[in-house]
Design a protein around this ligand. Sequence first.
Ligand SMILES: Cc1ncc(COP(=O)(O)O)c(C=O)c1O
Length: 383
Amino acid sequence: MKNKLKLVKIKFPVNEPKIFDLEKKNVLKCLNTGWISSQGKFVTEFEKKFANFNKRKFGISVSSGTAALEIALKSLNLKKNDEVIIPTFTIISSIICIIKLGLKPVLVDSNIDNWNMSIEETLKKINRKTKAIIITHIYGFPVNMEKILYVAKKRGIKIIEDAAEMIGQKYKNKMCGSYGDISTFSFYANKHITTGEGGMILTNNKNVYLKSKSLRNLCFGEINRFNHDDIGYNYRFTNIQAAIGCAQLKNIKWIVKRKMEIGNRYYKQLKNNKNLFIQKPFNKYSKNIYWIVGILIYNKKGINKKIIVKKLRKKGIETRDFFYPMHKQNIIQKLKIFKKKEKYPVSEKLFKQGFYLPSGLNIKNREIDTICKYLNKITNFSS
Ligand SMILES: Cc1ncc(COP(=O)(O)O)c(C=O)c1O
C-alpha cells in the first residue's frame, strides 16, 4: 500500500515557496559580484529592514529558526538547571536548545480553542527557578500574551518570543515578535517569507545584540581575532539568502493578505462539516494569518485522521501531520528528562486528530475548492 501511494503524483503540494522576479535579480547580483558568503550588503540591509518592519532596534540574521532559538537562549546567560517553560505542542527546536545548554525544560499543554500554549498552565508552572519562557505562536493565532508578559516582567523572567510562524502577524496592534526581550523567526521555505533556510533574532537590548552577533560567528576575539571569547557557533546567514529575503520582504503585506484569503476560502467551505474542525479567520483578540490551514478530524465510524489522510493522498492531495508533542518524543523519553510520565491531553488530541492541508502561496482558488469538495465527500458531509 505504501509503495502504491508513493506512485500517486502529488497534484496539490502541501506548500511551495513563491519566488518573485526581484529575488532572482538580487541573487544574480550576488553571483555576479562574488558576494556569496556571510559578508555583503544584503545581510545588513535585510537585518535592518526586518528589524524596522517589526519595530525592533537590532536584527541578527542566522542560519535557521532553530539556530535563532539557541543563540537567543544562550545570550541570556542562564545557569545550569534554570527552568525554561515551553509548550509541548511545538517543533523540537525549543527543547533541543534547552537541553544542549544544560537548562531544564518545563512543558505546558495547549488550549483547544487556538492551539497555542495555555496561559493558565504557564502561570501555574512559574516558580522561583523559572528564568525564561519561550512564548511560541502556533499555526495562525498569536498567543494571548498579556498576562504572561505582565507576570514575567514583575518576576524578572525573560521572554523569548518564538515568532517563526508569525511573520507579519500582529497582537494588540503591535507586531508579533516585538513583545519579548528577544524574538526569533524562521525563513524556511514554508514560512510567510522565505530565504530557503534562515532565521533572525530581534531585540532592543544592545548586550543581547552584541552577544548574539558574536555567538553566531564563533565568538572571534576583539583584539586577537583567533583567540575566541566564548564557545560560539557558525550559524551565519549568507548574502545570497539575505538577497532573497530583501526581495521577499517587499511583498509581505500581499503575502499575509493572500494567506488569509486562502484560510478564509477553506473556512467557508469546511466550517459546516460536523466531522471536522477548522479554525475561524478571527478570534476575540486577533485575526488568523493561517501560516498553515490545519484541521482536526473527529473520530467517527469509518472516519479518522489516518483514513482521511490516506484518501487525500490517493487523490494527489498532500497533507502534513501536526506537531508530535515533546513529552511523547522517543528521544526525550530516553533521556529521562521528566521524572514522571507527563500527560498533556490537548496536545495529544491535536496530534492524533490534526493535520494541515495544501496552503502554499501558489495554490489557486479553484484548487482549494476541489480539495474542500473532496474532503467534504470523504468525511460524509454534503453542503
Ligand atoms: C514555531 C517554530 N519554531 C522554530 C522553528 C524552527 O525553524 P527552522 O526550521 O528554520 O529551524 C519552526 C519551524 O518550522 C517553528 O515552526
